[in-house]
Design a protein around this ligand. Sequence first.
Ligand code: F6R
Length: 364
Amino acid sequence: DKGSYRHFMAKEIAEQPEVVGHTLARYIDMAAGRIRLPHGSDFDFSKLDRLAISACGTAYYAGLVARYWFEKFARLPVDIDIASEFRYREPPLVPGSLAILISQSGETADTLATLRHCKAQGMKIGAVVNVPTSTIAREADVVFPTVAGVEVGVASTKAFTCQLATLAALAIKAGRDRKVLSETDEAKLVSSLIELPRLMVEALHLESEIERLAPVFAKADDVLYLGRGTSFPIALEGALKLKEISYIHAEGYAAGELKHGPIALVDENVPVVVLAPFDPLFEKTASNMQEVAARGGKIVLLTDEEGAAHAGETLATIVLPKAFAFVSPLLYAVPIQLLAYHTAVFMGTDVDQPRNLAKSVTVE
Ligand code: F6R
């Protein structure tokens, strides 16, 4: 039921503060301000030497963000590849180590094949899944559930942010197990997660501002998304969302890669979405933004108040609430979803059922 919404996608975007909150409630002991894995999903990360992560599409981008977190908070080296390539790389897998597969549906053929491959090599299998009765959930050794509820829109939105919430909790747990995070560190990270749903509500209030950009994007043949650090996978996700539902060609790039090729595409017809919270990486991304501006590119900057104060000329600056750098990927997911959604609605495409796409991809 779409309720008062025009599309399931709009409803699912709007539901994020609530379902991310539900997901976090499964992983956080709110009274203690610490991570507590759901009953039956406990896992001890202390003895791992490496962690393998694999998934497809949007779920893979959640894994890319998680790599930064596991490596930073738990000093745990992460191997990650898209599920349709993972096996063919023939990565040396360590029996007894952990592979985490991420899947909303739990039925994606490539992800399932990777699960079985890792299992056959003697790895432990963890699954971040939204459908608890799915094949991937059944075949995993330990299930880390997301609590997004049923996702109807073909373009994944709330499942993605719930995957991020789950992976964030797992990375903090790994940091504790591996004695990298102190109790105080853990408490700080957990409190930033607890605060997140409220910040997502604030981000949703930017909707009308973002909707006003739709006519500009609808005219574009190409759109670039740039980000650094954990904003880089969100740039990839922004480009994927736009491609999927508006059929506009879009690419996400690490901001530092711009001058190694894609800047050749930039002219006054190319909107460039820059994801840059005011964190230690901001200055570098801002200088990449100047390179775009100098070539006439139309910049849409997603940042916070401090970033906005330090930014030069842009076509539009969308000011998100100030958040801990750690949670910014979940927060910045909201405006990129809204931008894709409103561009597609403006163009009149079938937002919930985009052409050529299926909700669950059960062939390799
Ligand atoms: C993008 C999208 C797809 C899925 C991918 C994996 O909006 O929905 O890229 O993320 O097909 O699907 P699951 O998570 O069901 O394995």
